[in-house]
Structures are given as structure tokens and as C-alpha cells.
Design a binder for this molecule. Structure first.
Ligand SMILES: *Cc1c(COP(=O)(O)O)cnc(C)c1O
Length: 388
């Protein structure tokens, strides 16, 4: 890893994570527990270190999206309960039980298959019932025309011998948007959630852990705290709402200027010749490209941050390198570090230019980029996900 370190790396600020955890924790009533969403390698930040830190900070639960992600955390010695939010093939039931994973159950058919497999494996699978209140993804549909049929199905599921039903949850589709129609829709989703929970309770079916609040709801609907809340993106200090709570970005993607050269006016830079110098120019080469997660769509659009000002990306971002225009920044030269995104250079803005969301940009930081973990300004761990 030493060889790649002075190339491109992601600094992961565990103090920022602790700050965000405490700020989010303060948002919700104390009885509501914190579930840290660490799927997709903790949104690219590295699930093991993030999970260990959240565990130390007092989180109650973690969530992932594949059984392999759960196994990775167990092998790393993470003991917190883990909720598998996503689809799991029923032939993985034994692995779910062995790794003490709580599985989301999204339909009666999946529940029956899990129950059968659990009995065959000689155990019981802990589950949370997923309610589809309007996301139209996984779960028992809670809209008017499916409500009664879902109610009956959930009652049957809760009686299956191979399942240990601990919780019920739902997921919002527009809780992070503040238009009136989005607010109405979020309230409707929550009303469906509560109605289903109440009708189930009338049938004697209750849950010890009910939860619904993602990042958007944690910011804007603190009344949805229930027993647990499930913030993802905002825990990492990014997304449009992070500023509202004074959260700090956890990831800083950095690179270092490898070469600087002078060019005459009217010189073209990089593939496709999409950038043309308009004046005598100093152009720097950075060892970061789209294979590191620096999306090519940001070519000629984004700018990297230096302590002396920002330097625009000049020309197309290549697979492993890109060029930046340093003409206005004579103090900046070879060997200097630049920030691709982070506290000085918002990933939210980069995402907007790329026509996407910040989630996609941190998730895209690739396995070739080492993650350097820092606490109290000191490096505490480093990870590189390349084989060998
Ligand atoms: C990803 C996910 C979350 C977290 O979403 P954010 O928008 O990152 O807060 C919460 N719940 C479920 C079911 C998810 O899939």
C-alpha cells in the first residue's frame, strides 16, 4: 500500500463521524436507538472501521445489504446486531443464522422459505417485517387496496415456527425533499405505517423494534423516531441536508500533483481535445481518474481544491489520470496535495454537476484507493482493498 499512498487516497475522519453521530443522536428522543447504515462498504468509507467506531460511540444496530457484508463485519469482530435490509436467497438461511443477522422479510413467500430453511438448519431466523408504505420496493403493501390482504399475511408470517419476529419497518421515498407534495407523501407513508402497526396490535401482533427514519426523516421528521432511527448518508456528513445540522464530511478524497508543465496558447489537453489553452498555461497531472471513482462526466466541470485556490479540471478525465489548470496558482506545484472532494470542496456540488447524488460519488471511490483512518489528527488504521 505504501506504493499507492502518495497517489490518491481517501482520508476518513473518525472525529467527524463521532461529531455527526452525536448531532444525530441529539436530534431524536433518547429512547430511540441508533442504527448505523453501513451497506456498500459504509457508502465507500470502509464498513469495518466505520462499524467499529459506531459500536464504540453507542450505536445499537447496523444495517447492510448482502450477507457477505454481514460476514465481513462478523469476521472483523463486530458484535452489534446487524439488519440485512436487502434480498437474501433462502438457501443462505444458515449463513444468516450463523452470523447472527436479522433479516428483512419482504413477502409471505420469502418468510415461508426462510422459516422452512431455518427449521432444517436447526435454528430460528430473527426477522424484521418490511412494510411497503409507498416506496414500491420491498415489503408488504400497505396502500388501501392491498392493506387487508397484507395484514392477514403478516399475521400468518408472525406465526411461522422458524422465525423470531423482532421488528417492523418501512422506508421513505421523499423524506429529504421539502416540497408540499413530498411532505404530504411522507406523512401518508408514515400514517400507513402506523395504521398497519395498530391493526396488527389489535390482532395481538406486536414488535419490540419499530423503525422508519432514514436521513431525511432524521432531519425533518423527528416525530418519526419510534424505537430506532436509520440514518445513512447524513452520518457521513454529506447530502444536501447535512449542513442544516452542522454535520462534517467524513471522507476527503485526495490526490497529489505528479507533474506540472507549461503550454503555449491554443494547445489541446487530453482525449478528445475538449480543452484548449487560451493563454500560456501551467497544467498539472493528477494520478486519479475514473477508475478511482472520479467520474468522467466531471471532465471540464469540477475543480480541485488547493490551499491557494481551486484549480479546474482541464479536459477529459482519463482512467488513471486527469489534468488541472494551475495557471492562476503559481504557488502550487509538483508534490502538492489537492482535495478532489471533502470539507473544502463539497461532494454534493460535484454530484450535482455529475447529474447524480453524493451517495454515488462516495460509493464509487474504488478499491484501488487506500482508506486512511484518522482520529485526533493521528492515523489509526489504513486499508487497501486490492488482492495480494
Ligand atoms: C439505505 C437505506 C437507509 C439509509 O438511507 P439514507 O438516505 O442514506 O439515510 C435506510 N433504510 C433503508 C431500508 C435503506 O435501504
Amino acid at each position: 500500500m505504501e506504493s499507492t499512498l502518495k497517489r490518491t487516497w481517501a482520508e476518513i475522519d473518525l472525529d467527524a463521524l463521532a461529531h455527526n453521530y452525536r448531532a444525530l443522536r441529539a436530534q431524536m428522543e433518547p429512547r430511540s436507538r441508533f442504527l448505523g447504515v453501513v451497506k456498500a462498504d459504509a457508502y465507500g468509507h470502509g464498513a469495518i472501521q466505520i462499524s467499529r467506531t459506531l459500536e464504540e460511540l453507542g450505536a445499537a444496530y447496523l444495517a447492510i445489504s448482502s450477507i457477505d457484508e454481514a460476514r465481513e463485519l462478523r469476521l472483523a469482530g463486530v458484535h452489534l446486531p446487524i439488519l440485512q435490509l436487502g434480498l437474501t436467497p433462502s438457501d443462505q438461511t444458515a449463513a444468516v443464522i450463523e452470523n447472527s443477522v436479522t433479516q428483512a422479510v419482504w413477502s409471505e413467500a420469502s418468510a415461508m422459505a426462510f422459516s422452512q430453511e431455518a427449521i432444517r438448519a436447526g435454528g430460528r431466523m430473527k426477522v424484521h417485517i418490511k412494510l411497503d408504505t409507498g416506496m414500491s420496493r420491498l415489503g408488504f403493501q400497505c396502500d388501501e387496496s392491498h392493506f387487508e390482504q397484507s395484514l392477514e399475511a403478516i399475521c400468518r408470517v408472525c406465526g411461522l415456527p422458524g422465525l423470531d419476529v423482532e421488528g417492523a419497518f418501512t422506508h421513505f421515498s421523499v423524506s429529504d425533499e421539502d416540497s408540499e407534495s413530498s411532505r404530504d407523501y411522507t406523512l401518508l407513508q408514515h400514517e400507513r405505517f402506523e395504521t398497519m402497526l395498530r391493526r396488527l396490535a389489535e390482532r395481538g401482533v406486536t414488535f419490540s423494534v419499530c423503525h422508519c427514519a432514514n436521513s431525511g426523516a432524521t432531519v425533518s421528521y423527528t416525530q418519526f423516531a419510534h424505537d430506532m432511527f436509520r440514518p445513512g448518508i447524513i452520518t457521513y456528513g454529506i447530502g444536501d441536508q447535512a449542513q442544516l445540522l452542522g454535520l462534517k464530511p467524513v471522507m476527503t478524497l485526495k490526490s497529489v500533483i505528479g507533474v506540472v508543465k507549461d503550454y503555449d496558447p491554443d494547445t489541446t489537453v487530453s482525449y478528445g481535445r475538449t480543452f484548449r489553452t487560451g493563454r500560456p498555461s501551467r497544467i498539472g497531472v493528477l494520478p486519479i481518474g475514473y477508475a478511482d471513482g472520479f467520474h468522467r462526466v466531471l471532465s471540464n466541470q469540477w475543480q480541485v481544491w488547493t490551499p491557494y485556490g481551486t484549480a479546474p479540471v482541464a479536459g477529459r478525465i482519463c482512467m488513471d489520470m486527469c489534468m488541472i489548470d494551475l495557471t492562476g496558482l503559481p504557488q502550487v506545484g509538483e508534490g502538492d496535495e489537492v482535495e478532489i472532494f471533502g470539507p473544502h470542496n463539497s461532494v454534493n456540488e460535484a454530484a450535482k454537476l455529475a447529474g447524480t447524488i453524493s451517495y454515488e460519488l462516495t460509493c464509487a471511490v474504488s478499491k484501488r484507493v487506500p482508506r486512511i483512518y484518522k482520529k485526533d489528527g493521528q492515523e489509526t488504521a489504513r486499508e487497501l482493498l486490492l488482492r495480494g
